[in-house]
Design a protein around this ligand. Sequence first.
Ligand code: NAP
Length: 293
Amino acid sequence: MTLLDGKKTSEAIQQEIAAEVAEIKASGGKVPHLAAILVGNDGGSVTYVNNKVLACERIGFGSTLIRYEDTISEEELLIKIKELNLNDEIDGFIVQLPLPKHIDTEKVLEAVDPQKDVDGFHPINVGRMVAGLPAYLPATPAGILQLLERYQIETRGKHCVVIGRSNIVGSPMSILMSKCAYPGDATVTLCHRNTVDLPHYTRQADIIIAAVGKPGLITADMVKEGAVVIDVGTTRVPDATKKSGYKLKGDVDFDAVAPKCSFITPVPGGVGPLTIAMLMKNTLRAAKSEVYA
Ligand code: NAP
């Protein structure tokens, strides 16, 4: 069994980006600049956004963090987005989700200029991804593709079972794995809450990608010998021994499942660290006008 080391892979990707930024700087080019809008004070969201800003600093990007109280109106937020769309200094920006209930998330995501949509959530980028056109890919599925590629895992003709159909992970993952490309070219089954007899599908899987958020959902009897298991799940469960008071658990019963696998991601340290690296990669692509040339 090989452990898929997301931390190491993420560091390698960020070093590659940092080297490219140093070259851009040396040749007098424009330094990539990422902006992030954070609404409210949700602990998880604050941590995620701060980590994104820190990553920018580490690799040499410019960054701007724009914070609002959760009482901000939808209109005010849309005005800020329009402003960022027109600001030539900003190459890409993200609106950290979730947004407060009084704000229409779809409307906000659609207001972002697709050319600056480095989260890859705008319907135009989603559509371009489905059509196989150059697009900003959502960071988590893109990170999983990087893991598969960098560990040279065979995907062609394999049966890939994706569990979860969210717009940010499961659904794009299933589409990307079905594309005639590497990594991809797999036969894909997409499972969800209403799938009847989930183990029936997972037992046939050469590659399982679990993106649910239910610790321990995937047990050893659901996995065939030699399978590749990618665990996207990150659920906070109380843990009095930790300073934070919680620990992160994946969807996979790691201790029981790992001995059966050819490759498996740990939680934490698997898929998680790649998400930021891929956001940085999208920002670099935006600065280089690579997607919308
Ligand atoms: P989500 O929007 O809540 O989607 C969860 C999906 O799981 C839904 O499609 C749901 O089905 C399905 N589901 C729920 N219970 C199920 C069951 N018993 N059997 C099969 N499918 C079931 O979550 P998400 O945003 O995709 O995130 C999923 C997990 O990944 C979470 O733990 C999240 O924290 C984690 N995550 C990690 C990263 C990272 O590491 N960087 C990034 C994003 C998300 P329905 O559609 O029928 O409701």
